[in-house]
Design a protein around this ligand. Structure first.
Ligand code: PMP
Length: 427
């Protein structure tokens, strides 16, 4: 075992779990690839959980970070800085609808905590409707919003969250089929509000595609219906774009832009900084203006993180990566559909753009989850120099989140590794 892994296991909380039987210690990265301590190269198809958006060590992002770090590394929120102001202006331009005012933090968890607090202040109410299979982060508030027992390792501490049924068509909670279902899962939100809240809510908060939940893609019309119901009961709509933002889903900047719905608050993190720690809560002026002071975040709007994020956004624009995410994503999707035809373990293929997953089952009829199969695919793909991710309530969903610079040949490499991995799966 490498010294790095040994020290990790001795000196870190064991809860900081790593992938693979023999964990990887990474030393460097460039573009689509990372290298481990042994000098072995891996095609990175998970990007540190959809965070490497424009590729490892992208020269434009590195340059922005280095120049900013040499000039001014820290201000706190008590002083203005140009990187933060320029980023906030850019975000007002590219985020949907009337979103305009930003609050920067350092993670997705903090972004969601801030959004929930903002919705409560703006409405004067405290109840929040979230989805089962949702993931929001690891603070007391965010954890209370999580709809995923394996991550809820301690009873939720913050009251007021109620979990609506997930728009999970493959495992439809009503055992119905779209579109004959009439969007029963969205309709149910009405009853959830009427029966589990005071009848008036602060917000409905949801991921446009449920990421940790296993890339669950809500059916067309879901958000239009769900948000209409939430708003009729006084609620704001918070779109958690921590995974789905920054062109990941193809063509659009944000996942919710594939629907007709405009959020009142949008949160993000991950791919926004390409690895620089940053969290974003952007809201309409009314919502932002109703957030009372004093409030403060030491690292909020940190000039190095905001300079990185601005460079990431410019790179996505200059290299037309939203188009690439759509085109290369469609090519990947076709490859994954081919794997479904070939391997009986693949129950469902789903996602959008360069956010594509495979749900593995032991039997297509019973849909019994096959988490051990995922682990077998993990070891085999690693042997072939390809890194992938996993998720899903049952740990049976293979998640891929290739950097948006991925080309068809990278996809071919990934699909070939998955093919070999699936061939190695046993019942
Ligand atoms: N929201 C979503 C949708 C996420 O996927 C995550 C992280 N997996 C978070 C929030 C929390 O982000 P962080 O880990 O940066 O706190």
């Amino acid at each position: 075992m490498s010294e790095t892994v040994r020290k990790h296991q001795e000196f870190l909380f064991p809860a900081v779990a790593t992938y693979y039987q023999e964990p990887l210690a990474l030393t460097c990265g460039e573009g689509m690839y990372v290298w481990d301590e042994k000098g072995d190269r891996y095609l990175d198809c998970f990007g540190g959980v959809l965070t490497i958006s424009v590729g490892h060590a992208h020269p434009k992002v590195t340059q922005a970070v280095v120049e900013q770090a040499q000039r001014l590394q820290h201000t706190s929120t008590l002083y203005a800085n140009a990187a933060q102001s320029d980023l906030a202006e850019k975000l007002a331009q590219i985020t949907p609808g009337r979103l305009k005012k930003s609050f920067f933090t350092s993670s997705g968890t903090e972004a969601n905590d801030t959004a929930i607090m903002a919705a409560k202040h703006a409405t004067g109410r405290h109840e929040i409707v979230v989805l089962r299979h949702n993931y929001s982060g690891r603070s007391a508030t965010a954890l209370s919003a999580v709809g995923h027992a394996p991550w809820r390792t301690w009873p939720a501490q913050v009251p007021g969250f109620t979990h609506a049924l997930a728009p999970y068509c493959y495992r439809c909670p009503f055992k119905l089929t779209y579109p004959e279902c009439g969007l029963a899962c969205a309709e149910d939100i009405e009853e959830v509000i009427q029966t589990t809240t005071t009848g008036e809510i602060a917000a409905f908060m949801a991921e446009p595609i449920l990421g940790v939940g296993g890339f669950i893609v809500p059916p067309p019309g879901y958000f239009e219906r769900a948000v209409e119901i939430a708003r009729r009961h006084g609620g704001l709509f918070i779109a958690d774009e921590v995974q789905t933002g920054w062109g990941r889903t193809g063509e659009k900047w944000f996942g919710i832009q594939h629907t007709q719905v405009e959020p009142d608050i949008l949160t993000s993190a991950k791919g926004m900084g390409n690895g620089a720690p940053i969290g974003l809560t952007i809201a309409t002026p009314e919502v932002a203006d109703s957030y009372p002071g004093l409030t403060f975040a030491t690292f909020g709007g940190n000039p190095v993180s905001t300079a990185a994020a601005l460079a990431v956004i410019r790179t996505i624009e200059e290299e037309d990566l939203r188009t690439n995410a759509a085109e290369t994503g469609a090519y990947l999707r076709a490859g994954l559909e081919g794997l479904k035809e070939k391997h009986r373990w693949v129950g469902d293929v789903r996602g959008k753009g360069l956010m594509q997953g495979l749900e593995l089952v032991k039997d297509r009829q019973t849909k019994e989850p096959h988490p051990q199969g995922v682990l077998q695919v993990f070891e085999e793909t690693k042997r072939r120099g390809v890194l992938i991710g996993k998720g899903g309530l049952y740990g049976n969903v293979i998640r891929t989140g290739m950097p948006l610079i991925a080309s068809r040949s990278h996809v071919d490499e990934l699909v070939a590794a998955l093919d070999a991995g699936l061939a190695a799966v046993t019942a």
